[in-house]
Design a protein around this ligand. Sequence first.
Ligand SMILES: [Fe+2]
Length: 271
Amino acid sequence: MTFETHGLTPRIATEIRTDAETLVSGQHAKQIREILEQRGVVIFRDLDIDDPQQVAIAKTLGNTVASEGEGGIYKVTLDPNLNARADYLKGSLMWHSDGALQQYPNLGALLRPIRLSSEGGDTEFCSTYAAYDDLSDEDKATYEDLRVVHSVERSQYYVRPELPYEEIKMWQQTPPRSLPLVWTHKSGRKSLLLGATADYVEGYSVEASRALLAKLRDWSTQPQYVYRHKWQLGDLLIWDNTGAMHRALPYPEDSGRLLHRTILEGEEPVM
Ligand SMILES: [Fe+2]
């Protein structure tokens, strides 16, 4: 069966042309994992798979498929009628990576559109591998040993700037985590660890910390590091969460937009 790859931008995202049966068989799983690590995002058009096939494909790619949602399928939507935690998902409109606070951040995820909004709702991905690679040697040396404290609480201020006290206390029940700014992977490659959960740089003043985190977010999300996916029904998209950030672009909450997500659990702690 055919298995053709086409780069979509120079630094991030590859489209693979194949069929559902070939993917479920897992015969190209190793190759797809390699492409994911190198290119951050993999897209299949006109695949037209169902939920069990999505989970089956995930199982060929990861050691563990997270059991969130029903049978490994989680509903990504801003519609509270479809997902009781829709409010929390508004944070997904900001650049972030998934599971940054976990011991093992998610390896990645599979996303498949079920219903689309007639306006908005594209998803953007940026390569934090490429963004790191292009830093000057001087910047790399400056950032090498910096640590950033991440918290869920921080990410919620983007959704509700005047977060009520009771909610702050609730979000603070998830302990913050100190992470290196530069993640050195087992492979030896390095990526930047940023996103909406990034609260402050340890040892920096409040102003210097905010400025550096914004500077690096702006740097990492320049057009040459970003792939913007325009969804079509029938798509399957997979991304490597360890070397990329992502965000959804705004869409009407009542549009019914719904994606089915299957998470590939993390295999590598942040060192
Ligand atoms: Fe996300």
